[in-house]
Design a protein around this ligand. Structure first.
Ligand code: PAF
Length: 280
């Protein structure tokens, strides 16, 4: 595995691999890697000739400076894990490599970023679009892999790719869960042992709601999921919305759309966890 830090080194490493017509796969990350990321990397490696992974904690997607400062940074461990997962090139840029000039672009995603995470974290998706479009420019991947846990993020990235006409195929990879059902996340490492046990109630409520969907209306399902999770002292649901998977707009009835997903955010103590369930 090659470790590169500058744009020049990155482009030299990629062009060597591309020269023989090799396909480039790309997994952008913010580090603090876990099995969920490694799953993306293995899939990327299995479907491409060159697998590139970036590790960059992007300042423009944090609306809270304290969150940015507290974000876990574990580059040595990340590199060891990436090597074991088959990554060919790891890109560890500094802020000056990604943003030689401040990025002042403001994207218009219509209603896509006005709901759920976009509503709770204003400016977050604009920052995600800035960094991912910049990384796509530098890496020029054929395929790029994103975890379905950040369901709204994938929808925004697809829209950005469409608007900017970037020749990359965005691949959405299903959530990787711990044996308990808890969705894997870098934030899980901030949970105490007892919070981690409590947090299992989130996926349990989501799975149960899918099993029961024929017996309850969509609105009853929302109420039941929220009540089931809030029953646990350490858990506090911020939102649970059942939406059309493409437009991300709320739906009122199960029959309103062919593609429906339920997206949830829950505080477990101080840690904000997200998860989702695809109903159909
Ligand atoms: O999902 C993430 O880790 C980040 O939002 C991403 C896509 C790497 C952009 O910084």
């Amino acid at each position: 595995m090659k470790t590169v830090k500058t744009v020049a080194e990155l482009q030299q490493a990629i062009s060597a691999g591309k020269a023989d017509g090799g396909k480039v796969g790309f997994v952008p990350t913010m580090g603090a890697l876990h099995e969920g990321h490694l799953h993306l990397v293995r899939r990327c490696k299995s479907e491409n000739d060159i697998c590139v992974v970036s590790v960059f904690v992007n300042p423009t997607q944090f609306n809270n400076p304290e969150d940015l400062e507290k974000y876990p940074r574990t580059p040595d461990a990340d590199c060891r894990l990436l090597e074991s997962a088959g990554c060919d090139i790891v890109f560890l840029p500094g802020v000056e490599d990604i943003y030689p000039e401040p990025d002042t672009r403001v994207f218009d995603f219509g209603t896509l970023d006005k709901v759920m995470e976009g509503k709770m974290r204003p400016g977050h998706f604009n920052g995600v679009a800035q960094v991912v479009s910049r990384l796509f420019d530098l890496v020029t991947p054929d395929f790029s892999y994103f975890g379905e846990k950040d369901f709204q993020q994938v929808a925004i990235i697809r829209e950005m790719v469409k608007q900017l006409n970037i020749p990359v195929q965005v691949i959405q990879v299903p959530i990787v869960r711990e044996e308990s059902g808890l969705a894997m996340s870098s934030r899980n490492m901030r949970l105490t042992d007892s919070e981690k046990k409590d947090a299992v109630a989130i996926s349990k409520a989501l799975f149960q709601s899918k099993e029961d969907m024929a017996s309850y209306s969509l609105k009853e399902t929302v109420d039941r999921v929220i009540a089931q999770i809030n029953e646990i002292d350490s858990l506090d649901v911020e939102y649970f919305e059942i939406v059309d998977s493409v437009t991300l707009q709320p739906v009122d009835n199960w029959s309103d759309s062919e593609n429906i997903v339920g997206c949830i955010t829950v505080f477990c103590g101080q840690v904000r966890l997200i998860d989702n369930i695809i109903y159909k």
